[in-house]
Design a binder for this molecule. Structure first.
Ligand code: G3H
Length: 482
């Protein structure tokens, strides 16, 4: 038919990997294009999702469990055939290393299979009847409606799908917007979506949140806002909705996960884990360790050895053997990190590793900052990149009080060996965050464990099991003994 005004226009997608042009200058590489969508295009996607849901009467929300499972199985089977292409795009678009890109793909496939199994189990459970006070109940779970999913750039496949897949299998229809970086890797999966699900069940929108997601929210037709990203975007989108009481939220937001290194910690282990925790994918993980508290008795040795280790990490292209640090997808990230370093140094911290802060083209080498104080921006802000603030403490109350005051409450890593000290500490820590990692860095997986946070870090819980509940509501049929 006739093209809508937004159709046919395309947005260019550039790589985080820069290549040298004929003049010898480094330039971002053009990888491909995606549709340039406007609010009008996004509203078309919303209409399609609403029509497919049809107020709970549509083909998808009323489909038998076995048939919905079959659609999902068909999708994942086709998705698996695109592994090489998606992994290549993960490396080129967001600079994720080859092993991590492969892991992201495989983990997502596992997530889908586990979701299918859990959903079948949920259905089996719902076949059971309960009886209380003469009332029989057949309790099951039903969909919520139309879900708007927005994924982050650091896990553009895995985390976008950790929202989308459970939303779909529970019978909701969805509109999803891939992140700005990590958008092209959805293209090889479009055919799998198209051929596996009925029309209108999955709808993709492209563009800036305020241009394409905000108009959708304004209509009041979105039942669930599912977002992994920053709270500023989440709040801005919620605010557009005319009836917030009708809006369910599934949000994975910022965190400032600390590591606490006690005086009796196994230092080799603590340093290894703190390197992984702070710098895997250049610190661009909500679960990254973003602040290190090290006991005064061991601070000198910890700092010396930690700083030396950071300087041994290899920077390179994602496919290079043994590479640990890779180009940053956000072009303004090196300047932002430099700003945090400058501010900390102005206020009395030192960069304690030799290579810290060296800028090479589109990268800034991780800077280890010590001693960090509360007046510094790096203490407060979620850096989401290669800079590591370290504080020392004498009394365990110091990091505990800081955690209690923090706006975030996702996870903590605790390093130490004395059970008498650790056991009571754990009881305090679990009331400050949602996951305490003993002698290991923070992480989200395995994906069957609850992934959530307190305060500004999350709303609702994402794990295979919990996500099915987050995207559904309990309903039941009741009958009386007559
Ligand atoms: O951005 C936050 C991610 O959920 C972190 O996941 O711990 O598996 O890297 P991860």
């Amino acid at each position: 038919g006739e093209l809508k005004p937004w159709e046919g226009k395309m947005t260019e997608v550039y790589s985080s990997i820069h290549t040298v042009n004929t003049q010898g200058e480094y330039t971002p590489t053009l990888l491909g294009t995606v549709p340039h969508m406007t609010g009008e295009g996004a509203l078309d996607a919303l209409d399609a999702a609403c029509t497919a849901y049809n107020k709970g009467q549509g083909v998808w929300p009323t489909m038998k469990v076995a048939d919905r499972v079959a659609c999902m199985e068909k999708f994942v089977a086709q998705m698996k055939t695109q592994r090489d292409e998606v992994v290549k795009l993960l490396m080129w678009e967001i600079g994720k290393s080859l092993p991590d890109s492969q892991k992201e793909f495989d983990r997502t496939v596992d997530y889908i299979y586990d979701t299918i199994e859990d959903y079948k189990q949920l259905d089996r459970n719902s076949a059971k009847f309960q009886k209380h006070e003469g009332v029989h109940a057949h309790i099951r779970r039903g969909p919520l409606g139309v879900v708007l999913c927005l994924g982050p750039y650091n896990y553009p496949l895995n985390e976008t799908f950790a929202l989308l897949i459970p939303a779909l299998i529970m019978g909701n229809t969805a509109i999803f917007k891939p992140a700005k970086h990590g958008v092209l890797l959805i293209t090889p999966l479009l055919e799998a979506f198209r051929s596996s699900f009925p029309a209108g069940v999955v709808n993709i929108i492209y563009g800036r949140g305020r241009e394409v997601a905000a108009p959708i929210m304004k209509t009041g037709k979105v039942d669930v806002l599912a977002l992994i990203g920053n709270s500023k975007s989440a709040i801005a989108l919620q605010d557009q909705h005319p009836n917030k009481n009708r809006l369910r939220l599934v949000l994975g937001l910022e965190a400032k996960n600390p590591a606490i290194v006690l005086p009796d910690a196994d230092l080799d282990l603590a340093i290894d884990e703190c390197i992984t925790g702070t710098l895997s994918f250049n610190g661009q993980r909500c679960t990254a360790l973003k602040i290190l508290y090290v006991h005064d008795d061991i601070i000198s040795e910890f700092n010396r050895r930690f700083a030396e280790r950071v300087d041994t990490l290899k920077f390179g292209n994602p496919w290079d053997e043994g590479v640990k640090l890779t180009p940053l997808p956000e072009p303004d990230k090196p300047d932002y990190i430099q700003g945090l370093i400058d501010d900390a140094v102005d206020k009395g911290a030192k960069v304690i590793n030799e290579k810290g802060g060296q800028i090479t083209e589109n990268y800034i080498f991780p800077a280890v900052l010590y001693p960090v104080t509360k007046e510094m921006r790096v203490y407060e802000e979620e850096q989401f990149g290669p800079v590591i603030p370290i504080l020392s403490f004498k009394d365990i109350e110091e990091p505990l009080n800081d955690m209690a005051e923090s706006n975030y409450g996702q996870q903590v890593s605790l390093f130490g060996q004395d059970v008498q000290t650790i056991a009571p500490l754990i009881d305090t820590l679990v009331n400050l965050v949602c996951r305490v990692n003993l002698n290991s860095s923070c992480q989200r997986g395995p994906d069957v464990y609850p992934f959530t946070g307190r305060k500004d870090s999350a709303v609702s819980t994402l794990s295979v099991h919990d996500a099915l509940r987050s995207f559904s509501i309990r309903t039941f049929v009741a009958s009386k003994d007559n």
